[in-house]
Design a protein around this ligand. Structure first.
Ligand code: 4NP
Length: 153
């Protein structure tokens, strides 16, 4: 596994957190896996992550503020080894675009559960839960991809 793309709807709340967590864990583990994030929708293209995502990541020592939202494109499906959808709606939208190398983040230790969309949460409450779930799943994903690369080498 050389590259992972995390995809949610807006690329301003959940997938930037996943990108930031993955980048940190990859750096800590001295691995060389490229990570990026994108949204299925285009309504927030060019925007920084939402304030609460920036805050919750910063509380955990991760700066996601430089990330800028972009919309996923079909070329991403070839450019990245693995596309990771944050919820089942993102998964369906990506499948409809023809994405094959697709998994759901919740498949990693959370029985396929959706990462809840915090965009409509009231205030900061909920973002800590979202962060904890994303961190746990990304950890599991990186461990399982390491096992895959060991067993296939
Ligand atoms: P995200 O959250 O998919 O986690 O970035 C959302 C961001 C924007 C919207 C919905 C969800 N929106 O409807 O604009």
């Amino acid at each position: 596994m050389k590259s992972i793309l995390f995809v949610c709807l807006g690329n301003i709340c959940r997938s930037p957190i996943a990108e930031g967590v993955a980048r940190k864990l990859i750096e800590e583990g001295a691995h060389t896996i490229a990570v990026d994030s994108a949204g299925t929708g285009g309504s927030h293209v060019g925007e920084a992550p939402c304030e609460h995502s920036v805050t919750v990541a910063r509380n955990h020592g991760i700066d996601i503020s430089p990330i800028r939202a972009r919309q996923v494109k079909k070329a991403d499906f070839n450019a990245f080894d693995l596309i990771v959808a944050l919820d089942s709606s993102n998964y369906r939208d990506l499948k409809a675009l023809g994405c094959q190398n697709l998994v759901k983040l919740g498949d990693y230790g959370h029985n396929g559960a959706d990462v809840p969309d915090p965009y409509f949460f009231n205030g900061f409450e909920g973002f800590e839960h979202v962060y904890t779930m994303i961190e746990s799943c990304v950890n599991e994903l990186l461990h399982s991809s390491q096992k895959d690369s060991i067993s296939s080498s």
